[in-house]
Design a binder for this molecule. Structure first.
Ligand code: NDP
Length: 286
């Protein structure tokens, strides 16, 4: 695309950022609609988050996505929060409008869309275990609770964070929400056996060498495994090998990206174009 003085600038802030497929996805969408805009990755260290966020206004950057590990911490630098972001307590989309920074969260809606479309799973009356208590886990947990889940278990390496998130779910939705440590293995397996859905919302799997200390061989055959990491993680691979239905995070990535694109531009997102761009980028990096 030809960059000129009128080109609108969008991007993504995170650390690390090199793995992100958002630049190819959004640039493909801008190109498909012929919009004078570019989307660039910004590697922002945690200690620079405040300065980087305030610089969006100074540099007239139209909007950014926010990824690991900034989704919660970025909130204090924003002027306004949309109700979904407020409820989740995390922001993955920032837009500059009239010199004000507005924060949104499209991870929750993106997760739900993929859960329904790719897995044909309806949470109403079901039980789920969510691994993780960061920004993605909060989006998944609050969205599942809002969709009528009967019981939610949050399992996290740092159990205190799981407790904070489960209390947040109870406060907003009055649902049964339990917290366990990822190392409380016996309790965790028992709770997974009792559940219909297991979601990995930790960042384990982002590096293909990392794996969770969970063995799908002891999962029941009707359990749906959903991993928000947008590649085939060790968990997804092992679950599929055992014959379970297992969904990776690619559908969620495209759905949340499409929603962000609509917030950025006010135009309908070219979903197919965005999905193809992501799939090609994943194939290229394999
Ligand atoms: P955060 O940094 O907010 O949270 C990270 C979570 O992962 C925490 O719960 C943390 O536990 C846990 N964790 C990290 N390392 C380990 C480990 N070695 N063992 C066990 N647990 C670990 O990140 P986000 O919540 O924003 O993102 C999490 C993942 O979700 C990322 O891989 C991200 O790419 C993916 N994601 C995918 C999306 C999609 O559209 N497909 C959308 C959003 C996110 P602790 O609290 O103990 O540190």
């Amino acid at each position: 695309m030809k960059v000129s003085g009128n080109t609108q600038i969008f991007g993504i802030i995170g650390c690390p950022i090199e793995h992100s497929k958002s630049p190819v996805m959004h640039n493909a969408a801008f190109e498909a609609l012929g919009l004078p805009a570019v989307y660039v990755p910004f590697s922002v260290r945690p200690e620079d988050l405040g300065k980087a966020t305030l610089a969006l206004r100074a540099l007239n950057i139209s909007g950014v996505n926010v990824t690991v590990p900034h989704k919660g911490a970025v909130i204090e630098f924003l002027d306004e929060l949309d109700p979904i972001a407020k409820q989740i307590g995390a922001v993955n989309t920032i837009v500059l409008r009239n010199r004000k920074l507005y924060g949104y969260n499209t991870d929750g809606p993106g997760f739900m869309l993929s859960l329904r479309k790719d897995a044909h799973f309806e949470p109403l009356g079901k039980k789920a275990v969510v691994l993780g208590a960061g920004g993605a886990a909060a989006a998944v947990a609050m969205t599942l609770a809002g969709a009528g889940l009967r019981r939610l278990v949050i399992a996290n390496r740092d159990k205190r964070r799981a407790e904070v998130l489960s209390k947040r779910v109870q406060k907003f939705f009055d649902r049964e929400a339990l917290a366990v440590g990822l190392d409380e293995v016996r309790a965790l397996y028992w709770l997974i056996r009792e559940s219909d859905l297991l979601v990995n919302a930790t960042s384990v799997g982002l590096n293909p060498k990392d794996r969770l200390n969970l063995n799908p061989n002891s999962f029941h055959p009707k359990l749906l495994v959903f991993d928000v990491v947008s590649q085939e993680t060790a968990l997804v691979k092992a679950a599929r090998k055992k014959g379970l239905k297992a969904i990776d995070g690619v559908g969620m990535l495209v759905s949340q990206g499409a929603r962000s694109f609509e917030i950025f531009t006010g135009k309908r997102a070219p979903f197919r174009v965005m999905k193809t761009a992501v799939e090609q980028a994943i194939k290229y990096h394999r």
